[in-house]
Design a protein around this ligand. Structure first.
Ligand SMILES: [Zn+2]
Length: 336
């Protein structure tokens, strides 16, 4: 009897032990499965990239470079240069930074760089623009004159003339000038018949430019446009200018009217009179804090008496620098 009871007690003990071991096992399994579930459902945490690519910063517009660096928490110091090209990063120097081994120019976030640039106030930067080209008689003269001063300018061209003088368009591009759209036909009644008609002209211009430059160079041309007659011409004002502005923006274009002019299409042909008109309109633009965009025309007599050289001489003597319109904030009459 005692032996039986003892046996029973022993068995009970064993059972309890087994239950204990089992429940510990179940508990461990439970914990393990929770860990496993979590690791499956939680996103894998990869560290934030600690570098940004800066391959293109040399040659970049200074303001664009500043935004890029500020967004990446990179401190920069601007080292002044006396370059004739304003607000352009000429050189970048690392300050105590180790390059990553990716073979690309990258910079560690949170460090410091030196930017070499001639930082010039907006009211000292002139954007020379030439409309209504290219032409048989004047484009070569304009390109030669700009080359003489090593100045880059902007050409708002008509698609029909690009088709006529593709080699002049190619020479303009190869010289590093900026090319923009100025419709295909320049015939107001066609261009401003409707927004569809306008976009049709833009498409025709694009095709003509592609033919003149070839695919590869054409791909490098930024989408910039000047409306024939400006965004406040009489035909567009009979409609809603913003319809046209929105339509070209939807096609990726930045729009530029002008803020100063030589008056070459308004009957002013004598060099000194053009310079005087230009200085008066520039002064007005400066007073209004507008970008200094000078309108001239390829089709009109900038060539007579070497006017363009005298115009540029005057601007240089007044301490102005020159830049291309792609570096200028958009400017439209309709919105200013
Ligand atoms: Zn025009």
């Amino acid at each position: 009897m005692d032996k039986k009871q003892e046996q029973l007690k022993k068995e009970q003990k064993e059972t309890l032990k087994l239950i204990g071991i089992l429940s510990i096992g179940v508990f461990i399994l439970l914990i393990l499965s929770i860990i496993l579930m979590n690791s499956l459902t939680m996103p894998t945490v990869t560290p934030e990239p600690k570098y940004i690519d800066i391959d293109n910063i040399e040659g970049m517009n200074l303001n664009d470079a500043k935004v890029l660096l500020e967004n990446a928490d990179i401190t920069y110091e601007i080292i002044p240069t006396d370059s004739k090209t304003p607000n352009k990063v000429e050189k970048l120097e690392f300050v105590g930074v180790t390059l990553s081994d990716t073979g690309r120019l990258r910079i560690r976030i949170g460090t410091t760089v030196k930017l070499y640039a001639n930082e010039v106030a907006q009211d000292k930067v002139i954007y020379l623009t030439f409309d209504d080209g290219p032409t048989r008689d004047n484009t070569d003269y304009i390109l030669e004159t700009l080359a003489k001063y090593n100045i880059k300018a902007s050409f708002f061209v008509e698609g029909q003339d690009v088709a006529l003088y593709p080699e002049k368009m190619l020479a303009t591009f190869d010289a590093g000038h900026v090319i923009g759209c100025h419709s295909y036909s320049h015939v107001f009644a066609d261009v401003y018949a409707s927004t569809n008609s306008f976009i049709g002209e833009v498409n025709q211009y694009e095709q003509a430019l592609k033919n003149a430059l070839g695919e590869e160079k054409y791909a490098k041309v930024e989408k910039l446009i000047r409306f024939p007659g400006g965004t406040n011409n009489s035909l567009i004002l009979e409609q809603n200018p913003m319809d046209y502005i929105n339509a070209v923006r939807e096609n990726g274009y930045k729009i530029y009217d002008w803020t100063a002019l030589t008056g070459d299409t308004e009957g002013i042909t004598e060099t000194n009179a053009m310079i005087e008109h230009m200085m008066t309109t520039l002064a007005t633009a400066k007073n209004k804090n507008q970008p200094l965009i000078i309108l001239m025309h390829d089709k009109w007599p900038v060539k007579e008496n070497d006017s363009l050289s005298k115009i540029i001489d005057k601007l240089i003597s007044e301490g102005y620098y020159f830049d291309t319109i792609d570096n200028c904030p958009e400017y439209t009459f309709a919105e200013n």
